[in-house]
Design a binder for this molecule. Sequence first.
Ligand SMILES: O=C(O)[C@H](O)[C@@H](O)[C@H](O)[C@H](O)COP(=O)(O)O
Length: 243
Amino acid sequence: MYRRTIRLDDADEVADVVARRLLDRIVELQDTSAQVHICLTGGETANQMYERFAALVPDSALDATKLQLWWGDERFVPATDADRNSLQAVSRLARTVSIKSADIHMMPAQDGRADSHQCAVEYEAELGDTVFDITLLGIGADGHVGSIFPDHPSFEPTNRQVIGVTDSPKPPSERISLTIPTINRSEEIWIIATGASKADAVARALEGDAALPASHVQAREATYWFLDADAAAQLPEPYNCAL
Ligand SMILES: O=C(O)[C@H](O)[C@@H](O)[C@H](O)[C@H](O)COP(=O)(O)O
């Protein structure tokens, strides 16, 4: 179990490096695994990364038939709402990666559904005991990951693997999220943080400030923090390792 920070110049470089590494790692995993489970995140840098990833795929050995896509959190809005994290990711990836819809495990959408809590139970059943090979995560300026927010009921301990979130401090107010223990059921977790607004949360999370959901993120095998210079600005020297 180890943790490493990778400090890069800016958001463009983070998107490029994460996309290249993700593609290489998936291809490597596909040598020995019939299925590779990737848990995706929303977020601006993640979206940029999906675009880079899609651009790199045609020249790669990726076997899209072996991919299983999951999500760490979702905005509980109608299926066609452009705010959905899953739509944002899939619309970018689908430019070059063709994945069967059965292998794209989007969290339920709001359409005609009772509430996010019931939908969370359904996603939990779909997830079963899946272990993610790689989970991608963004981090909020407040230290949230997925839709687990500090000082909020979503951060309270629960036996559930997936929860409905209401009164989210970040719009939209209703969401679905994996819990932190479910996020941690990952061989590798890759956290992506760019921009000065993230610097305080990144430093506090890496220093182990238990009040921040992000500080509880720990993969079974390896946890990587991909940071641009602004997001890494408040880290003490030992963390400032180069690529
Ligand atoms: O559903 C959401 O609102 C996002 O998934 C959110 O959790 C995001 O991952 C972080 O806020 C980081 O986003 P940025 O990278 O855009 O700052």
